[in-house]
Design a protein around this ligand. Structure first.
Ligand code: TRP
Length: 464
């Protein structure tokens, strides 16, 4: 009866934790602004296609590898690749995943930390004063807050402490418990905000912008960006879903779980867009730097509503929660590696890895602090390579995740045999009529699409 690695309590626990990993700054911050920059409509269609044709199949692949081996990425590849072409070299994919988790977490938690500061600003009433004039808030954010190394460091360290706490208490006692409370809360608050946005005059325009595609505005860069973001938002390509899948039992249907997680993730991303675009349209405020909408434009509108201070605080708490269930999954990948491969106890693994990443992330916080201009916040998957901060992000989003995803697709499509993958996808599900479709997507469509991202990065044409 000993269970040193831990397990989810059941299907719901797994779905909530995995959805918590998927939903984060990628949905609430990045997706709205890249949709805005890429003219909505057609970009949204391509994004949804990327989720369905590439994201869902790779998520199924990751979860099946985790459940099959009950191990984290390095161990999973080691076990599954024994006696197969490539052999132990495949465990390199697991190592890449650990490296990616380390890298992403060290800057993601800096951004996540901003939500703590903004919650505090909202609760003390300071935000209301700043937000009364959009120019003042914008200057405060860019020149004062981002430019302050000590502040960036403080909030990053606080956020890493919360993350480490979540992972420290284990799969069921920490991660699942956090997700079970936070995910429904997040969803409820978003529903309330969507209902509110239907009453604003900018709602109709927001819906048209999002759901009326005009394919003449679509660029090649937008297609690649949609594909790259599908990876980031579903937490794919570095074994996070593989690791979470290693804590499930045979009774869970992997295809159904992957579909549910992806649907919820997409739904939340679209809801975030509806809320933000309604607010922007209604306010008439000109958005000149779309990446900062969340911290400069939104508060100027929210503070004007009745109970605005509280609403603003609630809004940032919610974003912080969404980010927390994501940072927890990033740290879990790194910690479970130490637990499975180095034989460490969970407590030792979490505290050590959490500590090292915190220290490493301070470099990012300080590098951001040194760059006072707003130009340095082109974060998460964008072209910015300024300073340590931008470099980390660039490496992770443009290299580690696509390369990891590409190799996972190749491994499950070409190296594992059909008996293994079919059995794993059918256990807990029953006969899978879509198996042939999955296999086609994982063998051909996913590697070709992801290969396109990699080639375009090599040619230096990404996102242009
Ligand atoms: N998916 C999260 C978001 O959208 C970020 C994230 C968490 C992630 N875990 C990951 C991204 C693993 C890539 C890989 O914000």
């Amino acid at each position: 009866m000993t269970d040193p690695r831990g397990h989810w309590s059941g299907r719901i626990g797994f779905i909530l934790a995995a959805t918590g990993s998927a939903i984060g700054l990628g949905n609430l911050w990045k997706f709205p602004y890249i949709t805005y920059e890429n003219n909505g409509g057609a970009f949204v269609v391509v994004y949804i296609a990327a989720i369905a044709l590439v994201g869902v199949p790779i998520m199924m692949a990751e979860i099946l590898m985790g459940r099959r081996t009950q191990l984290s990425p390095v161990g999973a590849f080691k076990v599954l690749a024994t006696d197969r072409p490539g052999g132990s070299a495949w465990q390199g994919v697991g190592w890449l995943g650990v490296l990616a988790g380390f890298t992403i977490l060290s800057y993601y938690s800096v951004v996540a930390g901003w939500t703590i500061h903004y919650t505090w600003l909202a609760l003390t009433g300071k935000l209301a004063t700043l937000a009364a004039d959009p120019a003042v808030l914008s200057a405060y954010f860019g020149n004062e807050f981002l430019a302050s190394g000590p502040q960036q460091t403080l909030y990053h360290v606080l956020f890493m402490a919360l993350t480490t706490g979540g992972v420290y208490f284990g799969v069921k006692g920490g991660i699942e418990r956090v997700a079970k409370i936070l995910m429904p809360l997040l969803f409820s608050i978003l529903v309330v905000m969507v209902i509110y946005s239907t009453t604003t005059s900018g709602f109709g325009e927001a819906i048209r912008f999002l759901f009326k595609p005009d394919f003449s505005t679509l660029t090649k860069g937008a297609v690649l960006e949609a594909l790259g973001h599908a990876f980031f938002t579903l937490s794919l390509g570095m074994g996070a879903m593989l690791t979470y899948g290693s804590y499930i039992g045979k009774q869970i249907s992997i295809p159904r779980a992957a579909l549910q997680i992806s649907l919820l993730d997409t739904l939340i991303a679209l809801m975030a867009c509806v809320i933000m675009f309604s607010i922007i349209n209604t306010s008439g405020i000109e958005v000149n730097k779309s990446a900062t909408i969340l911290f400069t434009t939104i508060p100027t509108v929210l503070v004007k509503l009745p109970g605005g201070g509280l609403l603003n605080a609630l809004f940032y708490i919610l974003i912080g929660f969404a980010a927390l269930t994501s940072t927890i999954s990033l740290l879990e990948v790194v910690s479970s590696f130490a637990i499975d491969e180095l034989g460490w106890s969970r407590h030792r693994a979490t505290v050590t890895m959490g500590g090292v990443i915190t220290i490493f992330g301070v470099l990012n916080a300080l590098s951001l602090g040194g760059n006072s201009a707003l130009t340095s916040i082109n974060l998460i998957g964008r072209e910015s390579t300024q300073g340590v901060f931008g470099t980390m992000d660039y490496l992770a989003s443009n290299w580690f995740l696509p390369v990891g995803g590409f190799l996972i697709a190749l491994f499950c499509g070409w190296i594992l045999n059909t008996a293994t993958t079919r059995k794993e996808l059918e256990d807990g599900h029953g006969p899978l009529t879509g198996y042939g479709l999955w296999r086609f997507l994982i063998r051909f469509v996913a590697p070709l699409a992801v290969g396109a991202i990699i080639v375009s990065v090599i040619l230096g044409k990404e996102y242009q």
